[in-house]
Design a protein around this ligand. Structure first.
Ligand code: NDP
Length: 247
């Protein structure tokens, strides 16, 4: 266990499973106080208990990132409990793959409101605190933010949008000493794909990844940890991590 993040405070969204959970654990083990936020409170309670058992200062917050007032309240509660905010990890996301033709447009609204607006709300609420502590924002984007594939039109649009938002923000706040990090995972073995509502798209994805040695959530948590433990003058802007087997 390193103590690089001793005295730092991190807020991780979507920390009830997958990459968010692994990232919260990695940041906590590195010494940070951690706020874990998501909608499934039972899952969050388990993460909270796991971290507390390891001696990490941790707070679980129920949060739907599509609710702007709730995002603001989560940031305020973080600052109230831990005295500030150094690292915001915008990880909460949904990937509801499917063709544009015949799509259920409710899937589109869920992706845009979670993957894009949710990130924007939290960033907006957190930024004054991050400026105060010369902190960092980590955006969990995707290889789908670098290249679009069939069935990923809207998902890729949210991740391309996230990358554009982040690059503009990076330039805006560089002078304040705030670092903006975009992490772009390839295929990671998590629950993400279980929520796909289009059976054809789900099957096509399963076919594509059959036999692939997928990334694990810890592989991405390690990338986040690397980025946020660099010296203040080092800004890791973008990390793309694919499974070796992924083309
Ligand atoms: P998971 O499904 O395990 O995690 C997604 C997390 O987001 C859950 O904790 C979920 O919690 C949370 N979440 C979803 N909607 C909301 C919401 N409205 N408000 C708050 N939290 C929400 O999948 P991953 O860990 O894989 O996904 C994490 C991120 O990684 C996503 O942004 C995804 O796009 C990205 N990513 C994943 C890849 C992969 O192959 N797995 C590849 C590239 C990027 P809850 O339901 O409790 O609210």
């Amino acid at each position: 266990m390193t103590n690089n993040l001793q005295g730092k405070v991190a807020l991780v969204t979507g920390a009830s499973s997958g990459i968010g959970e692994a990232t919260a654990v990695a940041l906590g083990r590195a010494g940070a106080s951690v706020v874990v936020a998501a909608r499934r409170v039972e899952r969050l309670a388990a993460v909270e208990a796991r971290l507390a058992e390891e001696g990490v200062k941790v707070l679980a917050l129920e949060l739907d990132v599509t609710d702007e007032a709730a995002c603001r309240a989560a940031v305020e509660r973080t600052v109230e409990v831990f005295g500030g905010l150094d690292v915001l990890v915008n990880n909460a996301g949904v990937m509801l793959l499917g063709n544009v033709l015949g799509a259920d447009t409710e899937d589109w609204r869920r992706m845009v409101s979670t993957n894009l607006l949710g990130v924007m709300y939290l960033t907006h609420a957190a930024l004054p605190h991050l400026v105060e502590r010369r902190g960092a924002i980590v955006q969990i984007s995707s290889t789908a933010g670098r290249g679009a594939r069939p069935t990923a039109a809207v998902y890729a649009a949210t991740k391309f949008g996230l990358n554009a938002f982040s690059e503009s923000l990076r330039q805006e706040v560089a002078g304040d000493g705030v670092r903006v990090v975009v992490v772009e995972p390839g295929v990671v073995e998590t629950e993400l794909r279980e929520h796909i509502t289009d059976a054809n798209a789900k099957n096509a994805l399963e076919d594509r990844i059959t036999g692939m040695r997928q990334l694990q959530a810890d592989d991405i948590a390690a990338a986040v940890l690397y980025a946020v433990t660099q010296p203040e003058h080092v800004s890791v802007n973008e990390i793309l991590v694919r499974p070796t087997d992924q083309l």
